[in-house]
Design a protein around this ligand. Structure first.
Ligand code: HEC
Length: 126
């Protein structure tokens, strides 16, 4: 009997801790969203570091510096003004059934927010 109670308590704790896991969405992070995000200065360097090893050699979109903007917009991976509905943004969260990118693990929220702001500010080629 005692053991059953212990097991139930442990299970309850597990559920409680489990419910905290994966709860971090960028919207919940403290601090204002970054503004006036420059694609060439802030976003492309992130692709160069974490994405171009596979994009485009293994998969679309092409994230190499000469073609990335074109590939993201014309390939339909980015919907200017709407990060939530953009596959690119969903890939950084692993949400909506899109595979999490980069494949090695989720970026820090600050980097994801840069991409979110850039898209929501109109996804300018700036
Ligand atoms: C180790 C290789 C690898 C790396 C690194 C990588 N990707 Fe991918 N990516 C893939 C593969 C393979 C696919 C296609 C299959 C899939 O969706 O899982 C893909 C698909 C995608 C898609 C399309 C998803 C869809 O459903 O159409 C996007 C957007 C994307 N990656 C963005 C990125 C971004 C942004 C980075 C860097 C932060 C990145 N990827 C890093 C391998 C990689």
């Amino acid at each position: 009997m005692k053991n059953t109670v212990k097991i139930l308590i442990l299970m309850a704790m597990g559920l409680f801790l489990g419910s905290c896991y994966n709860d971090t969405f960028p919207e919940e992070e403290e601090g204002p969203a970054p503004t006036d995000v420059s694609y060439s200065e802030k976003i492309q360097p992130l692709w160069n570091t974490d994405c171009t090893s596979c994009h485009p050699s293994i998969a679309q979109p092409d994230l190499s510096s000469n073609n990335s903007y074109n590939s993201l917009i014309n390939g339909g991976f980015v919907i200017p003004g709407n990060a939530d509905d953009s596959v690119l943004y969903q890939s950084l969260l692993g949400s909506n059934g899109v595979s999490l990118m980069p494949t090695s693990g989720q970026w820090p929220i600050s980097q994801i927010k840069l991409v979110e702001s850039w898209i929501n500010e109109g996804a300018k080629d700036n």
